[in-house]
Design a protein around this ligand. Structure first.
Ligand SMILES: [Zn+2]
Length: 152
């Protein structure tokens, strides 16, 4: 992650949120502002029988045959979380806005699911949608009448 993220994440001297000396580890793992996001990820991953850790967050899950759909979904959530950390930090640097990155993550997952659902409904592929997004109904479910229920 180090070199890849370093290329896209210019690091000033101090964290724009808490003012401590900023490193990549601080940006993506250690800043106190990330706690609501990590708490949410911890709860979500528990629903998939996984333990959230900095190692898992950085390296994501190896994709295994038996748990492939879960692994792919969890890795997508971890990627979205990193994107949210990046974007909220950019916004903070640009205009000083502060926000709850857990709430931003939650709403970006929800809008992603809604967009995927609309696409699946219009292309008659709700089965594939359910397989991908409604796993164990942790994030959402699809009713018998074919409407989306968000549970995240
Ligand atoms: Zn900080």
């Amino acid at each position: 992650m180090g070199t890849y993220l370093a290329r896209f994440t210019p690091v000033p001297d101090t964290c724009p949120f808490c003012g401590v000396r900023e490193t990549l580890a601080h940006v993506y793992l250690e800043c106190a502002r990330l706690q609501p996001l990590f708490q949410l990820l911890t709860n979500l991953l528990l629903c998939f029988w996984l333990h959230f850790s900095p190692h898992l967050f950085i390296y994501a899950l190896p994709i295994r045959g038996l748990t492939k759909s879960r692994d792919l979904l969890v890795n997508l959530l971890l990627a979205l979380a990193k994107m949210v950390i990046y974007k909220t930090r950019e916004r903070r640097l640009a205009d000083g806005v502060s926000c709850d990155c857990g709430a931003v993550f939650r709403s970006s997952v929800r809008s992603r699911i809604q967009a995927e659902f609309l696409w699946a409904a219009s292309t008659n592929s709700l089965d594939a949608f359910e397989e991908r997004w409604a796993l164990s109904e942790v994030l959402c479910s699809v009713s018998l009448s074919g409407s989306l229920c968000l549970t995240l």
